[in-house]
Design a protein around this ligand. Sequence first.
Ligand code: ZN
Length: 295
Amino acid sequence: MAMPAGPTTDKPLSKLKEEICDIGRRIYNKGFAAGNDGNISFRLGPNEVLCTPTQICKGFMKPSDLCIVDMEGNQLAGHRKRSSEVLLHLTIMKERPDVKSVVHCHPPHATAFAVAREPIPQCVLPEVEVFLGDVPITRYETPGGQKFADTVKPFVQKSSVVILANHGTVSFGESVEKAYWWTEILDAYCRILMMAKDLGRVTYLTKNETQELLDLKKQWGFKDPRLTEELADCDICANDVFRESWGQTGVDRRAFEPPPEMAPSPAAALPAGVDKEALVAAVTQEVCRQLGIGA
Ligand SMILES: [Zn+2]
């Protein structure tokens, strides 16, 4: 596994600790981390990760409260005990050498989707389509151990934010601020979706409108699995990127209508080689025969 060779940042440790405390205040003030919920980390070097301690409110942390662990989760520094959730952070950092920071919390609107196991509808808001794309939901595991941390592995290469079934979210990036960013965008989006649904309906962008957004996304240098060859022919609004995982994770579309493009057309549903005209004629003939009328 490729790991960064030297220090991952030029910023002094004191500045990084301040940044973590600052994001802690933001997740607490947004209502993303009730009580002592949530945890934040930053990779200092190949085998050193700065992280938040257990049993502390993220809204009131001081730089001196933070801990340092190695890549296996052993505590190297700090007078408070490291978070039990740090294995989740380390697993993501091991899978993604480009990731410097991980933010885990329980934002209520995104977590509601995690509890409902409802896939996040796509092709609704332009900015969300460009910045977020399809968002995966993991299978459920009891939090805290490596087994729980492993549930994110199938998804971390294709997304910067993952919804943890019946639990919360985890997002990651090249800085603490950027790691947090995805969580804030996702929760605001989930909130808008729920409010629109309360009003009565969600209007989806058309396939062409969404394709224009994907073109912009490519132009601006943002990655999206739908822009890769492997998914070039996918239905871009139909959660095709992570759909294969739904069987294992219990995710299914129950609350939100599928986007219009998803409705299977009768012609598309026919097996290859079947003549649609001939089939319609044969069915009509059989119906008429059973009704005793001439066709
Ligand atoms: Zn949690």
